[in-house]
Write a protein that binds this ligand. Sequence first.
Ligand code: NAD
Length: 349
Amino acid sequence: MTFERIGVVGLGIMGAGIVEVFAKAGLQVVGVAESEPAVEQGKKNLATSLSRAVSREKITQEQADEVSARVTWGTDFELFAECDLVVEAAPEIMSLKQQIFSELDRVVKPEGVLASNTSSLSISAIAEVTERPEQVVGMHFFNPAPVQKFVEVIAADKSHADIVEAVAELAKSLGKSPAVVADKPGFIVNKLLLTYLNHAVRLLDEGVASREVIDSAMRELAHFPMGPLELLDLIGLDTSVEVLHTIEADTRDPLDAPAASLLSLIASGNKGRKTGSGFYDYAEKHEAPTSDDQELKIQVHATLMKAYLHTARVMNESGYASQADIDMGMKLGCGLPEGPFETMDHFVA
Ligand code: NAD
């Protein structure tokens, strides 16, 4: 199976980044969005990213021009007719994605592969609307797509194993490190990360420790790059709650329901960094939180780490992904110093 001509649907933050990844790898790319202004925005996103790469001397102006020349833009899905693979990066709404896949199924040549960049929706449910569910997979890039090395390749119920493998090989040829993941809520990174972050908020809500203790415990004792509450502010509390709802709908575990203060902060308009405040206020420069309460930090670290490692074990046993791929996902997808199965080898609570 060869992938030479790639289509991308949706040209927002992710779609434009995905166009760039494929065009930089020398492939011909077709970028389509629903309206002329959305296409113009996609072109602008690509141009800004390329000129930044040129000014940082990552690529030459000549290379940037070559990348741009490989991309064709438009609003018509018929442009995808000869594509070997189309990656959809439209908004995270199931009915919209199903509508797009049904249209792609109609216009893309019969042997073409269809992929979704969804962060949380079921690939099997998206594939269901097509006549080629065995040729539908997830190809989940991380943000920003041109920079982040990790890609989750999601095998849905009916995805053909050869197609899953070919898409993983394609990701490698783009310079990425792919992991093959089952079609389960949150895939590897969102499931493990959000379950842990939500647990940290529960400790705050239950009055076990302050936000500074919780964040500094995980920065200093687990050597995570950020504390859980700071990280929630960065991801966005509303986005985080959406992912938690998806996970909770699957597990039906009350502990996966979004913790109370996530909901109350959102209700008061504090959705994290993007609104200027969340668990912390970002009106001024945010400094890494600190606390002198060493004993409580040790307790918080042990509590959160034990639960996080337990979730990783359960995910592996229930078929989410291999231990090695879960470790790789948490290192490359979240910047953690080691994966949970590596931590298990030496962690003593
Ligand atoms: P976005 O809102 O920035 O972009 C969505 C794009 O889809 C826009 O260009 C919009 O014009 C276009 N669009 C809307 N309706 C369309 C239609 N009917 N046909 C074609 N195009 C249409 O969203 P985003 O952040 O780029 O996210 C896109 C997808 O990627 C979502 O599924 C999201 O969950 C996933 N994702 C996002 C991130 C992230 O950090 N933002 C990371 C990984 C995956």
